[in-house]
Design a protein around this ligand. Structure first.
Ligand code: GRF
Length: 207
């Protein structure tokens, strides 16, 4: 049984997609052992409670420094015997200690086709504003392993989404979530749980 920790900061629609995908069998042999948020009022925590999933708030601002925050997160991952950490709208700059301890066992969902429209400062609606400002006709979402650079690690899955005339950032965000994010994040979790994802020369492959 693959035990995952889902880290959230906001509404939790990607968390909900994972919960629903476990319930309908899209994700096999996997359990959400804990949901962790840096924000005590994140609606994602309400979704976890409603699904009877353990949830805790670990706020980096409550720790003296990054090292102590990292230790608190790692201790929690170990307490719940976590195999895979999933960042699902987790707006925290992750200390390198965590990435080193869980190298290639942390994945993130980003709402663009990396390496476009990503990196520090590219989150939420800002990503879609950037896509529209560039006049892109196609955008999408990416699931990737997390490394020390923002939105940079080996890409696991991507799914393209059409940009339509008249799109606002809000309309585009909704389409990318519905048509891409909520599909490829559960798919990636399932593939990893089935041992079908491997990395060679820093490129992720699916067997
Ligand atoms: C999503 O667009 C995700 O791609 C990005 O942050 C947003 C989180 O949304 N990382 P939610 O909290 O999963 O609804």
């Amino acid at each position: 049984m693959q035990k995952i920790a889902v880290c959230v900061s906001g509404g939790g629609t990607n968390l909900q997609a994972i919960i629903d995908s476990i319930a309908d069998g899209t994700i096999k042999n996997t359990e959400i052992a804990v949901v962790i948020s840096n924000k005590a009022n994140a609606f994602a925590l309400e979704r976890a409670k409603k699904a009877n999933i353990s949830s805790i708030c670990i706020n980096p601002k409550e720790y003296a420094d990054k090292k102590q925050f990292a230790a608190a997160m790692i201790d929690t991952f170990k307490e719940y015997n976590i195999d895979l950490v999933v960042f699902a709208g987790y707006l925290v700059v992750v200390p390198d200690e965590i990435i080193k301890e869980y190298r290639n066992r942390i994945i993130n969902i980003h709402p663009s086709l990396i390496p476009a429209h990503c990196g520090m400062g590219y989150y939420g609606l800002k990503v879609h504003e950037s896509v529209l400002a560039a006049g892109n006709k196609v955008t999408g979402a990416t699931v990737h392993f997390v490394d020390e650079e923002a939105d940079h690690g080996p890409i696991i899955l991507q799914k393209a989404v059409e940009v339509q005339e008249g799109d606002t950032p809000e309309i585009l965000q909704k389409r990318v979530m519905e048509e891409a994010e909520w599909k490829i994040l559960p798919m990636a979790i399932n593939l990893i749980g089935e041992g079908k994802v491997y990395i060679k020369d820093n490129i992720a492959h699916i067997s």
